[in-house]
Design a protein around this ligand. Structure first.
Ligand code: HEC
Ligand code: HEC
Ligand code: HEC
Ligand code: HEC
Ligand code: HEC
Length: 201
């Protein structure tokens, strides 16, 4: 009796392992087939055209970066820096740093960027100014030296808004629709300020 139980348990374990292997050891499409056969409610796969779209968008970007001399032509992309701050590349460290002071900067962090980006100081008087910009917190989105993203952004321009905005949109249906078409928030909204409400461009 005990032996029969053991036998069934072994068969059961082999079945489980077979499923696990078939899930792990194959491509996304077969894995998806196995999953949908076993379970209900597995979300449908992304249509191939969309996968290709993303692939070509990435490839186009890589080609543009290489053309701009930002990435070595051999396609080495590890730790690449897409944007560099001019005073940093020109090694004008002391334009920002005072290594003898406790903060290590010539001005408090929330004033530093305005020393050179004077236009921003004036633009803050625009009728609609974005919260973090209004208080001079440029570092909420930008890095001071260089970045793997465009415009010295800490995150990709498609992801930077997600860092803070998780709240439900009032115009949720409209946003869901445009976002599903692959638009970026900054295609419509200015990240800094605007003459129009919601910093619309
Ligand atoms: C545009 C202004 C600016 C320039 C130019 C600049 N830095 Fe910085 N640096 C900053 C800011 C802002 C920080 C972040 C300070 C903080 O978060 O406390 C920083 C941080 C640092 C740090 C602390 C470690 C780190 O990476 O966060 C070092 C070290 C440093 N900088 C060295 C340099 C050197 C060397 C140069 C010149 C090649 C340079 N910086 C040029 C603004 C600048
Ligand atoms: C010492 C002067 C100086 C200071 C201080 C300074 N910047 Fe700049 N910044 C520049 C110059 C010069 C450029 C290049 C402008 C151009 O190309 O027209 C630039 C460009 C930029 C860009 C555009 C980069 C790109 O690739 O498009 C960003 C973003 C930026 N700065 C953010 C900041 C932030 C954030 C701070 C504060 C931490 C800061 N800057 C402080 C001089 C400065
Ligand atoms: C909420 C995030 C956020 C904050 C805070 C922010 N920026 Fe930006 N900034 C962006 C984004 C996003 C872009 C790129 C826009 C694009 O790709 O169309 C950008 C672009 C820039 C550029 C490149 C030229 C331009 O105007 O598009 C400069 C210069 C710049 N920022 C300076 C600043 C300064 C100075 C501050 C602080 C006063 C600041 N930013 C605060 C998100 C931010
Ligand atoms: C560092 C955090 C932070 C990031 C990153 C950020 N925001 Fe904001 N945003 C705020 C704060 C704080 C407010 C002010 C909230 C309020 O007044 O209720 C705000 C307000 C707004 C508003 C006005 C909302 C209203 O009801 O008036 C818009 C539009 C907006 N953000 C768009 C963006 C976009 C687009 C991006 C990406 C480029 C972005 N934000 C990135 C912090 C952020
Ligand atoms: C196709 C253009 C477009 C894109 C892309 C877009 N928005 Fe908007 N957004 C608008 C318009 C138009 C309004 C004003 C809606 C209204 O008046 O009710 C708005 C309103 C807002 C508001 C304030 C009112 C609300 O609905 O909550 C915030 C915050 C906001 N957008 C954030 C974002 C963020 C974050 C993204 C990216 C995830 C984004 N938007 C992408 C056009 C856009």
């Amino acid at each position: 009796m005990v032996n029969i139980l053991k036998f069934y348990r072994t068969i059961f374990l082999i079945c489980i392992m077979a499923v696990v292997f078939s899930l792990g050891g194959c491509d996304a499409t077969s894995r998806h087939k196995v999953l949908t056969t076993i379970f209900d409610g597995v979300p449908s796969q992304i249509p191939p055209e969309e996968v290709l779209e993303e692939y070509y968008a990435n490839r186009r970007q890589a080609e543009l970066d290489a053309a701009a001399g930002l990435v070595p032509a051999d396609g080495e992309t590890v730790g690449r820096h897409v944007s560099r701050h001019l005073p940093y590349t020109e090694k004008k460290c002391k334009d920002c740093h005072d290594f003898s002071s406790a903060v290590g900067l010539i001005r408090p962090p929330r004033e530093l960027c305005f020393v050179c980006h004077r236009d921003f100081r004036d633009y803050i008087l625009e009728p609609y100014v974005h919260g973090p910009v209004a208080v001079g917190d440029c570092s909420a989105c930008h890095l001071p030296h260089s970045s793997e993203n465009t415009s010295l952004l800490e995150l990709d321009r498609n992801k930077i808004c997600d860092k803070c905005h998780h709240e439900e949109r009032l115009a949720a249906a409209m946003h869901d629709k445009v976002m599903s078409h692959g638009m970026a928030c900054v295609d419509c909204h200015d990240a800094h300020y605007s003459q129009a409400r919601y910093f619309l461009k």
